[in-house]
Write a protein that binds this ligand. Structure first.
Ligand code: NAD
Length: 335
């Protein structure tokens, strides 16, 4: 297939490109490098040869985005591009509405201009906000009540895509979207061609491993007095290659004139201290850390109920044990 990947230079988008290229697809990556690096695209070019094309484009520029989609006959878009740092979104909410919602308006218009109607959208468990205990593990029917601009912007995109699909269906045109609501993504390529490459880094596992190298600041554990067995927050970690496999499965599930939402998580939670131990084992040395204050808006426990994706597809997480995630992330950090 000819597949366009937005956010192709970013962490998850680049791993998706790599898998699509490994599977023999033609891939057209789009990115503006606002949160990523050219070196990642160079790695994709080495892996994909002439089946990988890249266009540097700002998605908020609708004309440029349309021109980019016209370059290659796109059959399907995977839309990863977004800003995704929660505290930043609390400080600069308009940045998130502009970059995440505005750019998605532009992308949908550009898809209409080239009559491409298949979309897989990177959504997030942050759209669920802080679910009540009876909604954990979190199923897709859990009420979506985001608590910050990042989650709100992603939920707004889901709503906009529903309206887009419905308006086309009324005119008997095919538009279909799968919303994949990711939990916490971590780990890297099994051949170490790429990995998680953020600056600054805000995700727990790479922060732990960078701290283990001794070249970065010790980890701050934000609160150890939560109502969890060891007092630290519990999250559901999914290996980036398992997550990408969920996208591959989703390709065949894109509805003709509808949307479909699926959570992507393992259903198993790990606390910050458990992650810390797995990272210490992977690195072969202690992760230096100290306990700090709680952060606003950190729910004690966010764990997915993966029954829907497991029921509808052949997807099963095979690389998402903490040990596997920490080992692959360590190889990348320590390369
Ligand atoms: N990483 C996670 O754990 C996680 C969890 C849930 C959801 N998600 C979602 O997955 C997607 C990818 O996340 P990631 O961790 O790879 O983020 P990332 O920051 O590594 O990648 C995003 C990429 O999009 C690009 N981009 C952003 N705005 C753009 C614009 N206006 N025009 C062109 N390019 C633009 C950035 O330069 C970057 O390369 C995001 O939509 C995010 O909301 C991620």
């Amino acid at each position: 297939m000819h597949i366009t990947v937005t956010g192709a230079a970013g962490y998850i988008g680049s791993h998706a490109c790599l898998k699509l290229l490994d599977d023999g697809h033609q891939v057209h990556g789009l990115d503006n490098y606002s949160r990523s690096f050219e070196r990642t695209v160079q790695a994709l070019q080495r892996a994909g040869g002439d089946r990988f094309h890249f266009t540097r484009v700002e998605l908020n520029d609708q004309h440029a985005t349309t021109q980019a989609l016209k370059l290659h006959a796109t059959e399907l878009v995977m839309h990863f591009a977004a800003f995704a740092v929660v505290p930043e979104s609390v400080k600069f909410p308009l940045l998130y509405w502009h970059n995440n919602v505005g750019a998605t308006v532009s992308l949908l218009n550009a898809m209409d201009a080239v009559d491409c109607g298949k979309l897989i959208f990177s959504s997030t468990c942050a759209t669920y906000g802080e679910p009540a205990p009876e909604h954990i593990p979190i199923g897709e029917d859990c009420p979506q009540r985001p608590t910050h601009a990042y989650g709100e912007s992603k939920l707004a995109c889901e709503h906009m895509m529903q309206a887009w699909v419905q308006s086309h269906a009324l005119a008997e045109r095919d538009r279909g979207v799968v919303f994949l609501r990711y939990f916490n993504v971590a780990g890297g390529d099994h051949l170490d061609r790429i990995g998680e490459d953020h600056d600054p880094e805000t995700h727990l596992i790479p922060i732990c491993l960078r701290a283990a190298t001794g070249r970065h600041a010790p980890l701050v554990v934000h609160g150890n007095d939560y109502p969890t067995p060891d007092g630290t927050c519990i999250r559901d970690y999914v290996h980036v290659e398992d997550l990408v496999q969920a996208h591959i499965e989703a390709i065949n599930l894109i509805p003709r004139r509808d949307t479909l939402a699926m959570n992507v998580g393992t259903g198993v939670g790990a606390s910050v201290l458990e992650v810390l131990r797995a990272c210490s084992l992977a690195a072969g040395r202690e992760v230096p850390f100290h306990v700090g204050a709680r952060r606003n808006g950190d729910p004690p426990r966010l764990v997915s109920n993966p029954e829907k994706i497991v029921g509808l597809t052949n997807w099963r997480p095979t690389r998402s044990s903490l040990e596997d995630i920490a080992r692959s992330a360590w190889r990348w950090v320590n390369r």
